[in-house]
Design a protein around this ligand. Structure first.
Ligand code: SAH
Length: 396
């Protein structure tokens, strides 16, 4: 049971989960009422140019300016012709979010607080390693899934991000890091593992990932863009048929009762059905595999018996296991597993034939680790208040 939440989990789930994944993608900015061209992927941008009586290849030119030359001033896009530039400027704009704060960890990790129109903000994290650089991108302001061990969930949910707000995080990070200066790519991988459940913001996330993949955009390979989900089965099935990216699934337990305590979504989409969706995902395309994330929490899901059950569950599926030591945050009742337990757990699953790595905690001094991203959420679900009240009640 989730001690920090006074509302029984059963009553928490249904309302939004009954509805299909939605998007608040709003290409027209409410303040300027100009279309933000960053809200379109290539297909959308082509359709936009056709809708205003222009040739669709203009989309390619604009994308190159924005992503290859980092040019966001329509007036400077010289191959568009003066008349077209004037016309575009009157109806469209290229609007990025804003970096509100940048923090650099002693281990090289960088965390940005990125602000949007209306006062909300999310966090985006860059994690450099010797042979790669991973950018962790957010998909929603807050999260509605209430996973009991995640601090983002404790803040409640405000809204979905638009495509421009998602791809804007990558654009800003690339610019700040000097992404391709001297031909060297600072960002080699993108993971949709920041704040939010990406499959509950399907359309905007897919458009943004399409720009990450597109050679006219950032040009990342299919295995270098990963979407991580808490296990929204209809979303996984839809993703399988929509875009070629890598899939990560937050599993955290091979047992339904334990998983439901950690990820309440499991009540609606239990493990057996989730595994079927994963099998379907990998069978769709040769060489696809799924990464399973498993946060190790002391006394909750780190018993050797859990490791053996996990082996049985995953051994036939082309997959990798990512073991994440739990990162504590203020107000949590959970603790990280001991180093011995983590090592023992990894040894058991590896002996069982799984490929398992233990993720190193990075950016600890700037709270940039998994589940520690908070941003600025105009909380509409008020779970955070409920937790505060509960905490106050517990204090003698
Ligand atoms: N909603 C998506 C992506 C966001 S979380 C998902 O659930 O996959 C990214 C990963 O960090 C998930 O595997 C999540 O379960 C894990 N995580 C969340 N809080 C954590 C914490 N406090 N310590 C360690 N991992 C955590």
């Amino acid at each position: 049971m989730v001690l920090t939440d006074p509302i029984p989990p059963k009553q928490r789930l249904p309302t939004f989960l009954e509805s299909k994944p939605t998007t608040t993608q709003a290409p027209v900015s409410s303040v300027t009422s100009r279309v933000n061209l960053l809200d379109f992927d290539e297909a959308g941008l082509r359709a936009f140019f056709e809708s205003i009586g222009e040739k669709s290849f203009r989309a390619q030119q604009v994308l190159k300016w924005v992503f290859h030359h980092a040019e966001t001033d329509i007036g400077a896009m010289t191959d568009l012709g003066i008349a077209l530039r004037e016309k575009l400027k009157s109806i469209a704009e290229i609007k990025l979010p804003e970096i509100l704060r940048e923090q650099r960890s002693s281990d090289g990790t960088v965390k940005w607080l990125i602000g949007f129109q209306g006062g909300n903000a999310v966090e985006t994290v860059y994690i450099p390693e010797p042979k790669r650089g991973t950018l962790c991108v957010s998909s929603q302001v807050g999260c509605a899934l209430n996973c009991s061990f995640c601090s983002t969930g404790a803040q409640g949910f405000a809204r979905n991000l638009t495509c421009s707000e998602i791809i804007g995080q990558v654009w800003l990070a690339a610019q700040t890091l000097g992404h391709e200066r001297h031909g060297e790519r600072r960002i080699t991988n993108i993971v949709m593992m920041g704040m939010g459940e990406p499959l509950l913001n399907f359309d905007a996330v897919v458009s943004a990932m399409s720009l990450m993949r597109n050679d006219l955009g950032f040009g990342f390979g299919a295995k270098r863009v990963t979407l991580s989900t808490a296990g929204l089965i209809p979303g996984i099935n839809r993703l399988r048929d929509t875009i070629d990216v890598a899939l990560a699934v937050s599993l955290h337990s091979p047992l339904d009762d334990v998983r439901t305590e950690l990820v309440p979504l499991n009540r609606k989409y239990p493990i057996a059905e989730l595994m079927q969706a994963c099998r379907d995902y990998v069978s769709e395309k040769h060489k696809r595999s799924v990464t399973f994330e498993y946060t190790l929490i002391d006394g909750v899901n780190d018993h050797p018996e859990h490791a053996h059950k996990l082996v049985k569950l995953l051994r036939r599926l082309p997959s990798k296991l990512n073991l994440i030591p739990f990162n504590p945050f203020p107000g949590t009742k959970y603790r990280c597993s001991s180093q011995e337990r983590i090592t023992e757990f990894q040894e058991i699953v590896m002996r069982g034939g799984l490929i398992a790595t233990v993720r190193k905690t990075r950016g600890e001094d700037i709270d940039a680790a998994c589940g520690q991203l908070v941003g600025k959420v105009e909380d509409r679900t008020k779970r955070s208040e409920r937790i505060k009240m509960q905490m106050a009640k517990k204090t003698p």
